[in-house]
Design a protein around this ligand. Structure first.
Ligand SMILES: Cc1cc2nc3c(=O)[nH]c(=O)nc-3n(C[C@H](O)[C@H](O)[C@H](O)COP(=O)(O)OP(=O)(O)OC[C@H]3O[C@@H](n4cnc5c(N)ncnc54)[C@H](O)[C@@H]3O)c2cc1C
Ligand code: FES
Ligand code: FES
Length: 501
């Protein structure tokens, strides 16, 4: 590893950064150091999207490299995360002083901006969509793309209309070749070992380097996507000490999806991990839709979500319900355990000094049992909100419809994500019917004594958890009555018009 500046592609040239703390955010660097103030700061915590930029990264094998462009929140990305990548900001969009990019032109034409503070962020999210999706997407995808961009004055209809209009204008894609060439040159640099403002950050490129560093520096803070850790700095002013960045470790970013099993490297982004999980278990789509925003999922990792160990992290209940196992590595040795066993107490996990999360493993349900699965998130808003209760619910039925295996897990109900042992015991050996579900609902009161906080009272959490079990049954019942899928507010239509389904 080499002591060298952080280097990335920016405005058609290689940009070098040195002398600043490794926890300086991309947004601070853009606005305060480079005085590139098109990118705005609203919340400094990944919530509003005013700071949205697009990061370019090489994917694909040698000789077949492709440029992946994804929107992220600059306010919670630390500068070393840019090393070896390309950065695009709103100032990069217009091809000439008198000509706008189609997404900008459409925003102007459709009056998609009033005070304009949010507009650069919207333009960047739409730029990423425009680059990744050559034809105009469905409304659902547009909504998902904009789930991390808040506008408090314009309203979203003109912005959605502008998105569609951008596709009707003459196409103006990014010239990717110079970017790819620059990124290939950057990939030849030695791994980054960076020091600035008396703080050190290491960016290993492979598992061997990572394992060695982690054993040598067990106190160093691991940073993957930084979507949790970033806020410790921007909101809590914490000093992270020495840092090990995981973003460049190739093996942590591997995904292996087969008919029978799925393995997700700890450094796979939530966007990619959720796509694989949805291919593996289609019901995961609901959680993917409700989890954070597109820019947060583009940066955050599945490993970071499970390692953080938050009792209100959303992926853990669903992963536990699916029987996920976590793979831990220290030096060359690995060990594996059921994900639920990884959580020991409030923010206390089974990770030992010098150890890190390497991957998550899931197996397909074993025949002849039939697995029913659902995941629910209850929060005050649809997008970008913290769960009051998150549920992962799975029952495995035999040919007669008897529950032979149950994995019922909740977040927001205890100090850790936790299985509902009493509820599972109440269900086992019984038919998947309303009587059994009622027994399970009652047993949940033995499993949990949730706390009351600003998000929900203890009583509400208990009631909601029990009701989610009933909802699970209503959606998957096998007694011949029609299953009752949930009705969404956005699917309701004014009287006399047909509902959107
Ligand atoms: C606006 C916003 C919305 C969010 N919405 C949601 C949401 O809806 N649901 C939800 O659950 N979360 C949400 N989060 C939290 C966060 O995005 C997730 O927890 C994310 O998965 C964290 O991943 P990361 O890679 O960014 O982790 P980081 O911030 O890099 O790290 C998180 C923790 O995990 C540790 N860590 C990371 N990787 C490893 C590893 N391989 N081995 C050992 N330790 C490791 C780090 O040291 C740190 O303690 C949100 C965050 C923001 C900012
Ligand atoms: S400033 Fe609000 S998301 Fe970054
Ligand atoms: S135009 Fe004012 S916040 Fe969106």
């Amino acid at each position: 590893m080499a002591d060298r500046p952080i280097q990335f592609y920016f405005r058609g040239a290689l940009q070098q950064v040195q002398g600043v703390a490794p926890t300086r955010t991309v947004l601070q660097y853009l606005r305060e150091d480079l005085r590139q103030t098109g990118t705005k700061e609203g919340c400094a915590e990944g919530d509003c999207g005013a700071c949205t930029v697009v990061i370019g990264e090489l994917t694909g094998a040698d000789g077949q490299e492709e440029l992946q462009l994804r929107a992220v929140n600059a306010c919670i990305q630390f500068l070393p995360a840019l090393d070896g990548k390309a950065l695009f900001t709103v100032e990069d969009l217009a091809p000439a002083a008198d000509r706008l990019h189609p997404v900008q032109q459409a925003l102007v034409d459709r009056h998609g901006s009033q005070c304009g503070f949010c507009t650069p962020g919207f333009a960047m999210s739409l730029f990423a969509l425009y680059e990744n999706q050559p034809t105009c997407p469905e409304r659902e995808e547009i909504d998902h793309t904009l789930s991390g961009n808040l506008c408090r004055c314009t309203g979203y209809r003109p912005i959605v209309d502008a998105t569609r209009d951008a596709y009707a204008l003459p196409r103006q894609p990014l010239n990717r070749q110079p970017v790819i060439a620059a990124l290939k040159a950057l990939a030849k640099l030695p791994p980054l070992d960076y020091e600035g403002a008396d703080r050190r950050s290491h960016s290993p490129r492979n598992l061997v380097e990572l394992a060695e560093l982690r054993e040598r520096l067990p106190e160093a803070r691991l940073v993957a996507g930084g979507t949790d850790v970033g806020l410790w700095v921007t909101k809590q002013g914490r000093d992270l000490g020495e840092i090990i960045q995981l973003g460049a470790v190739a093996e942590l970013k591997t995904l292996s999806l087969g008919a029978e099993h799925l393995e997700i490297g700890a450094g796979v982004t939530l966007t990619d991990a959720f796509a694989a999980l949805t291919a593996f278990e289609p019901q995961w789509a609901e959680l993917a839709r409700r989890f954070a925003s597109t820019p947060v999922k583009n940066a955050g990792t599945l490993g970071g979500n499970v390692a953080n160990g938050s009792p209100i992290g959303d992926s853990m209940p669903a992963l536990i319900a699916l029987g996920a196992r976590i793979v831990l590595q220290k030096g060359e040795a690995t060990r594996e355990m059921a994900l639920e066993d990884f959580y020991l107490d409030y923010q206390k996990t089974a990770l030992r000094p010098g150890e890190f999360v390497r991957a998550l493993r899931l197996d397909a349900p074993s025949a002849p049992l039939q697995r029913l699965f659902r995941s629910y998130k209850v929060a005050k808003r649809t997008d970008q909100d913290i769960s009051a209760v998150a549920a992962g619910l799975a029952v495995h039925l035999d040919d007669e419809g008897i529950i032979r295996r149950a994995r019922i897990a909740f977040g927001g109900m205890a100090a850790t994500p936790k299985r509902a042992d009493a509820c599972e015991a109440a269900l086992l050996g019984r038919p998947w019917d309303l009587n059994s579900v009622r027994l399970g609902m009652a047993a949940l009161r033995e499993d949990f004594t949730p706390m009351s906080d600003v998000r929900a009272s203890s009583a509400y959490r208990l009631n909601v958890a029990a009701n989610l079990l009933q909802r699970f049954w209503l959606e998957t019942r096998l007694d011949g009555s029609p299953a009752q899928p949930p009705v969404r507010l956005d699917q309701l239509a004014p009287i006399g018009q047909e509902a959107r389904r």
